[in-house]
Design a protein around this ligand. Structure first.
Ligand SMILES: [Zn+2]
Length: 397
């Protein structure tokens, strides 16, 4: 079984499973249809790779946004009708407009804040297919299939799948992870894959809505996507987004599940609550707009520091290291504390071991308590050999 995130849907399996066990036949049938259609969409991926021109383009390509929206017209034919291209007049169909607009905002965010040229950083056309369904049964899901976006219409337990900017941003970020760190889609690396999508999906919406204060910003994923008013997840308070939200916020509540589809590939939609909450804590502690500092730390980590199998501790220490290299020790300590507060690390280790010691280094604290001790010497050594930041690849625009 491949573990690369080539197929990531917004709907957590535990929600669809719950509805599939409903005593209401309408709710049950719709959930089963969505589960089955989601599974079948996996098979479509192979055919897509031969029909859509989504190859990575050369570095000389113009930094131009290119979007294409197809209308499946209630079928599983992803390219049934091309209904909107770049700069077309917006049609009356709200799902088409949202898929187009939110893909554009996501492209703008990554380009403006990080200097990224589309999903693959190579000018990739963003293709979206809306009104996906099989046999008229409806489809309560939105997904990135490794090459393009697919949206159902919702309507039974969930709203229109194109309606939330953070959901669109979440799914397209799966593509960015696919083209950068990889993060195999199981266990902790899969939960990090999910978390990165939640982080950037929410930050994109905060950026678009100009929610500059992390303390008062909206940290919900899929806010009001559930027709009962609930959200899919909460980064501020994992486990509270809806009555069936099982997400932990701390390692002491880490959910051990089998690494198979029945176990959510090792709980990738469960345990993502832990790194999600770490990002929330870091962003609020830093206090600046989430996209200005915290998201840059996470983006550099995702695109430059992580590759393949990654556990929470590795991600934690790389974000701390990036915070120190690209910002300052005070920022790094806030990031470190966030990961400590969710139980992923007990203290900063590895490349940031000097952080704790620097606090008692005489030259910085003015105190003499540590002078001459091994700790002070190690701190001084670490300070002397502090890594020079790599070339800053973000904030070019
Ligand atoms: Zn996802």
């Amino acid at each position: 079984m491949t573990q690369h995130c080539i197929f990531c849907s917004i709907m957590p399996p535990y929600l669809l499973k719950k509805y599939a066990e409903s005593s209401d036949p309408q709710v049950r049938d719709r959930a089963l249809a969505t589960i089955e259609a989601t599974e079948r969409a996996r098979a479509i991926r192979a055919a897509l790779s031969q029909t859509l021109n989504l190859a990575r383009v050369g570095p000389g390509v113009a930094r131009t946004k290119v979007r294409r929206i197809f209308d499946c017209q209630g079928t599983s034919d992803l390219s049934r009708q091309l209904v909107m291209q770049e700069n077309d007049q917006p049609p009356a169909d709200v799902a088409v407009r949202e898929a187009y607009d939110f893909a554009g905002i996501t492209w703008d965010f990554y380009n403006t804040v990080f200097g990224r040229n589309s999903i693959n950083d190579g000018g990739m056309t963003i293709v979206s297919s809306v009104h996906y369904s099989e046999n008229g049964q409806g489809f309560d899901n939105a997904l990135w299939n490794g090459q393009q976006m697919i949206y159902g219409d919702g309507g039974e337990q969930f709203g229109r799948m194109t309606q939330c900017l953070d959901v669109v941003g979440h799914e397209l970020t799966h593509g960015i992870t696919q083209f950068s760190a990889g993060l195999p889609y199981h266990n902790q690396s899969g939960a990090l894959n999910e978390s990165m999508s939640d982080v950037f999906g929410v930050v994109i919406r905060q950026w678009h809505d100009n929610q500059t204060d992390p303390a008062t910003a909206n940290w919900l994923v899929g806010d009001k996507l559930l027709l009962n008013g609930g959200a899919l997840r909460s980064m501020k308070a994992p486990g509270t987004a809806n009555p069936d939200d099982p997400q932990p916020a701390h390692m002491k509540d880490y959910v051990n599940l089998p690494d198979n589809p029945f176990g959510d590939s090792g709980g990738v939609h469960y345990n993502s609550g832990i790194p999600n909450h770490a990002f929330y804590l870091a962003a609020t502690a830093i206090g600046k707009p989430s996209w200005q500092t915290a998201a840059k730390i996470w983006y550099i980590t995702l695109t430059q520091r992580l590759k393949g199998e990654t556990d929470f501790a590795k991600c934690a220490n790389e974000t701390i290291s990036v915070a120190r290299d690209f910002f300052d020790d005070a920022t790094a300590k806030k990031v470190s504390q966030a990961w400590i507060d969710v139980g992923v690390i007990t203290q900063a280790v590895g490349p940031v071991a000097s952080l704790g010691m620097k606090a008692i280094k005489p030259s910085e604290s003015g105190k003499k308590a540590a002078k001459g001790t091994a700790v002070a010497k190690k701190a001084a050594l670490a300070s002397t050999h502090k890594r020079k930041p790599a070339k800053m690849s973000v904030a070019r625009h």
